[in-house]
Each structure stands twice: as C-alpha cells, then as structure tokens.
Write a protein that binds this ligand. Sequence first.
Ligand code: RAM
Length: 486
Amino acid sequence: MDFLKKANDLMPVLREKTVRPTSGMPEADKLMREGDCFLLDFGSHFVGHLTLRLDVKRPGDDAADAPLAVEFRFFENLCEDTGKPYTGGLSSSWLQVANLLVDDPYAPIVLPRRYAFRYVKIRFTTNTSYSVVYRDCFVKAVTSGDEALVEPLPEGTDPLLARIDKAGVLTLRDCMQQVFEDGPKRDRRLWLGDLYLQAKTNYYTFKNNDLVLRCLYLFAGLAHEDGCLSSAVFHEPVLKKQSWILHDYALFFIGVLADYYRATGRDDVVKELWPTALRQTEIAYKAFLDAGRRANTDLYFIDWCPALDKSCAALGIIVSMLKEALFLADIAGTSEEKLALKERIDGVSPALIGLYDKSLSLFRGVSGQLSIHSQMWAVLAGVLDAAEETNVMRATLKTAMVDPVTPYAMHYYAEALIKAGLKDEAFSLIRCHWGGMLERGCDCFPEVYVPGDREASPYGDVTINSFCHAWSCTPSYFIRKYQVGY
Ligand code: RAM
C-alpha cells in the first residue's frame, strides 16, 4: 500500500483571495524616506503572500538612482512587536521579518515567503536621494478550507459564543493549508495531537474530509521502523517524519481514524489503516509493561505545563485510545485482536484506578500531585462509573490544582466535563477561557494562554509563540456539536 502516493493524490487546492489593509495606510502624498515607518492593519488574521506598491518621487523628476531598502515585520498579534532582543530557544528565523533590497522600486514588491499576520510594519531602512509614496498593498490569502461550506450559526446565537466560534473557525481556516498545520507562523508542521482536534472541528465546519485522510496517509506512510508513528510530519521543505516520539500523539492516530469513520462511514479506510492503528496500541502497551506497569512519561506530551506529573494523564490516554481501537476493531479487527485489546485495557485500567484518591474524589499523579490533566484524562478513560466521574469533575472545579497552559489541554478538560454530565460547566469554561483570549484582543486563538500572564511561553520568549494555533480552535466544535447558545 503506497500511503504516500495516496496522500499526494489528495493534495488540496489552495483557495486564494485578495485582501487589502483596513487602516494604517499612509496618505497618498506622504513622502517617505529613511526611518519612516507605517503599520498596516488588515483587520483580521490572514495567511499568504504580500505585495507592496510604491511610487518614487525625486527632485527634478530623476529616476531612482539606488536600490530601496525595506524592512517588513509581520505580527499575528501586536504583543509580538516588543522591539526587545529575542531570548527564546526556538530558531529566531521563525520571527516574521523580511529585509529586502529592491532594485526596481517602481515595480510591485512581491514578498517570496508566505506569512501569517494581521499587522505589517513597513520601514525604510537606508538613505536614498529619493522619497517614496504609498500606492497599494495587498495579501493573496490562502487556505484549503472552503468558507462557503461553513454554516452560519443561527440568528440570535449568544453573542459571546458567536464571537468565540468566529475566532475558532478563523483559526482553523488559516491552519488549513496543504496539510493541517499546527500554526501558519510556526511550526507550519503536521502534528498528530493537533490533527486530532483540528479534524474534530473540521467535521462541524469546513468538512474537508479528504484533508484529514491525506494527513492520516502521511502519518501511516512515514512510520518509524518499528511501526510507531511520528509525533509530526514535515511536509516542507521536504517530506519527512520527525524523530521525536510521543506515545500520546501516536495513539491519537486511532482517535483520528475513529472520528474519520464516524464522520464519513468509510470502512474501507478503517480496514486499510487498521494495522497501523493497532500497532500503536502494542507499542504503548509494551512501554507500559517495560516501565513496571506505569507510563513512561518521557514519551508523553500532555501539555506544556512546567513540572507536570504526567503519569496519570498518560495512563488515561492509553485506556481511552485502547477503547477507540476496540471500536475500530469491530469494523476491521479479528477476534484475536479484539481479545488482545481487551487484555490491554484490563492491564492498564487497574494502574489508573490505583491513582484514584477516593477520599478526595480526585486522581493523583504518582508523585501525589493534583492536576486538571490527571482528572480529565482519567474521566475520558472511563474507568469509574458515571456518578463517580461526576464527583471527580465537580471536585476538580472546586479544588486548586495544576492548570493547563494550552487551549489544547483545556479542550480535554471541557470534553471531560461534558462526559461527566456537566455541560453547563463546560460551556462556562469555554466562555471564560476562550472568551478571555478575545478580551486580550485576539482575532484567532493562540497556542498558549495563561490568564494573568501575557509573557507565558514554552520557548522562553512570547514573540515566538504562535497566535493562530490550530489546537485552540475547538470551541467551534463544542458550540456546533452541542448547539449551545442557539
Ligand atoms: C509545539 C507545537 C505543536 C505541538 C507540539 C507538541 O511545538 O506548538 O502544536 O503539537 O509543540
């Protein structure tokens, strides 16, 4: 089976639209020279290629006699415009800066690179004997999402939820390119954990099911030698798997496939990808046994939260995905495979239940730490009865513990509240958490959000954070699936 060929056959068409700034344009007769600068605001977030048009004004009507030096700085969010030196750990080349020497300042200046932004700061950086005036600027915005397929919410939808939904849809739209990218500013990469949530939201919005399938094929086609899936796939500059192994992400392949089946009914795809899905359960279960019936937490991401005890959440993910695998086994598995899956569920569940502190109705990590991550994944694993799960989530709402730092982890918190019958509480969380991002002036949702800490960054500098990050788009999934606020 040539999965990569199949993935290539599903390469999406990118839709393009031309968008001009809504404010910040210099007046038509403003003469600009070295040091002059203006900030264009496109009114919303877009991903695409920028073109700038200028005119040259020189005394005596002479032609421009030297190249023009122009600096472009692109911002998704104005908090990226700190003017301070960068101190982060990730490559600074992700910061969206372009310094161009333009030989022909009369011609449209077309930036070769794709940018993700709402704002562009343009500055003329060297002395010239001539001035320039602003003529035009536009972005050719691209996405593989068809906005015409996103149904508008009904008239009279709760205004806050409608605004949250709009930002969620926009976030997903701008991450939908040739693959579901995690963020169009950074890493521009297909991550399995991100894909899981993007695909869920896609089924209720853009319905680009072929893009999900393309991404499933890419992961299946780029597995490691032992069959373990990569945490991420680089689709550019060359198609390659990422070497970092994360068992939670590998297991989410099963979840993506199960959701894809629920959305499309394509049992042929389930049968084709079943061996890949099943292999992830074998690998995760073996690692669990090798670690002495515990999770090897070095192999789990869970969240960017510093000092998080991941032991309980990791077990919760294993059990949840084993159960999703059992669901797929009904379509594609043999009776022996089903039996093996049940044995694995019976093998991991006691380790998870062993972390339950009945006196508090809360789960603890092996270190004793209480975190929201432990509660949500234990509940999603379904190892307690329904009434007890409700107790856990009620206790979680009332108890101070380690909080998620990403909307990605917050998604599972909301999901667990709903599973435990606390839908109103889940929607209060959505209003407060994602609504809080809107209050900070976000048009789309960022990868990290810590109320009260605008500088929070897993990478040591907030300017490298992605402010349009796909794993944060899921309120649109919750609002549209449960039709709350309609
Ligand atoms: C970051 C990206 C990505 C995420 C990984 C684990 O580099 O934000 O979205 O999946 O971390």
